[in-house]
Write a protein that binds this ligand. Structure first.
Ligand code: DLL
Length: 429
């Protein structure tokens, strides 16, 4: 690590050092949270917290708490110390604000930059940030990290595929940040334009995040671009991207544990699950000034990975997010996540990259239709071949979901491509 990047020193800490730092910072975080009207009402006492594990003695914070606290009750600093606000509508349409001081913004950029550094990004890289700029945190969150690392940073934002690709060629872009669903769309556009990866485009690494995606989906992206892609997790309530990111090993996302204290709880009860089991990720911010959050329920379903990462970073790793607890669908009494469908589809070579789950109710019976685009170049001439394929996909989905599913095969690019996060479920019930 060069001196230029000494903000990444925390990634060299031993497990004991991380735990000691967390214990101290947890008390400081609670003391800071108590400056906000919301937490001051809860009668918390930082001094009773001796170790990081004591975090489970604090109350959980939910999205509803954030809504109820709008606009100022989560703020723990005077308004004049706030430099930026992000504002998210979320899926339910009730928006909440997230405030940042100068220090918060600095630490946020450092967290993302540490993750990029772990994937080998340096000031020699040309970085195109293809995530939406503005209230969505994917754009600005990575922008300042790219600059912190000294990369030539292109604030491309999302959409306008032709211009994106033109800039990639012109500037010799080596690293990108992009939504997984958009990454394949852009790669396909490059193919249509006759561009050859490695010859016309110089991409060697990419960062994916903002929406769930399976390992097979990542493989397809890597194959299409001929580059390595790293998973990056985060949520606006806790700044945005950079809460946890993969290293070069691509095996789990290292939580930046000097800034975020992670726990996994049972989504139904809120109680911690036994070590290594899957559940809802709960995060406590350890260093945020403007809007500290204690035990925030992310609703994201994951688990801790066991064992040491070969990269030597001792910050704990999370498994790829399986879905959100509120994404869970129930059909005829069976619970399932959209990501289960993606896992099945991406294992079938003829299947393309865009798909949609449509839920309907007919004569009081719920039904799932999966619309599936086939790979470019697939012939739609032979009905028998298509029928065989449709039956095979329906059978594989039935085996995974345990109920009957209708499959609709579509030619490539028939489904709409969202400019922001992909819309994978249309519930018409
Ligand atoms: O999506 C922040 C972000 C931007 C992260 C760019 C990474 C890259 P929100 O819009 O608040 O913030 O949405 C947060 O998106 O709770 C997860 O459900 C989902 N999510 C984010 N990253 C991942 C990921 C940003 N890598 C919500 N894998 C989170 C799976 C993800 N889900």
């Amino acid at each position: 690590m060069s001196e230029l990047y000494d903000f990444a020193a925390a990634d060299q800490l031993s497990r004991e050092e991380i735990l000691a730092l967390q214990a101290t910072r947890l008390r400081e975080a609670v003391a800071q949270a108590l400056r906000s009207p919301h937490y001051s009402r809860l009668g918390l006492s930082p001094d009773a917290l001796r170790s990081a594990e004591d975090v489970c003695r604090l109350p959980l914070t939910s999205k509803d708490d954030l809504r109820a606290a709008m606009p100022w009750d989560m703020l723990a600093v005077p308004k004049r110390e706030v430099l930026r606000v992000h504002y998210s509508s979320g899926t339910t349409g009730v928006a909440t604000a997230v405030y940042h001081t100068r220090g918060d913004l600095q630490r946020w950029a450092e967290c993302v930059a540490r993750g990029m550094l772990a994937g080998g990004v340096t000031s020699d890289d040309i970085f195109q940030n293809m995530m939406g700029y503005g209230l969505f945190t994917g754009g600005l969150g990575f922008h300042y990290a790219g600059e912190l690392l000294g990369c030539m940073t292109i604030p491309a934002s999302s959409g306008q595929t032709a211009r994106q690709v033109q800039m990639m060629q012109l500037f010799g872009v080596t690293v990108m940040h992009i939504l997984p669903s958009y990454a394949l769309h852009v790669a396909h556009y490059c193919g249509q334009e006759g561009l050859v990866m490695g010859r016309d485009l110089r991409l060697r690494a990419g960062y994916l995040g903002g929406e769930p995606h399976t390992e097979d989906f990542r493989h397809r992206i890597q194959d299409a671009w001929g580059a390595k892609f790293y998973n990056c997790y985060g949520l606006s309530e806790l700044a945005g991207p950079g809460v946890a990111m993969e290293c070069a090993c691509q095996d789990g996302l290292h939580v930046r544990e000097d800034h975020y204290l992670p726990e996994i709880v049972d989504p139904a009860t809120g109680e911690p699950v036994p070590e290594g089991e899957e559940g809802e990720l709960v995060l406590t911010s350890l260093t945020r000034e403007a809007m500290p959050l204690l035990r925030y329920r992310t609703r994201d379903i994951t688990c801790f990975l066991e064992g040491e990462c070969p990269c030597g970073n001792h910050h704990r790793r999370l498994a790829r997010i399986r879905g959100r607890s509120d994404d869970m669908l129930v059909l005829r009494g069976v619970n399932f996540y959209p990501m289960q469908v993606e896992r099945v589809l991406m294992g079938i070579p003829e299947v393309g990259t865009n798909y949609c789950l449509v839920l309907t109710r007919e004569q009081d019976l719920d039904h799932l239709t999966v619309q599936v685009e086939l790979r470019p170049g697939t012939s739609f001439d032979d009905n028998r071949v298509l029928e065989g394929m449709r039956d095979r996909i329906a059978e594989e989905l039935r085996a995974e979901l345990l109920f009957k599913v209708s499959v609709e095969l579509l030619e490539p690019h028939r489904l709409p491509v969202a400019e922001g996060k992909a819309v994978r479920v249309v519930d018409k019930r």
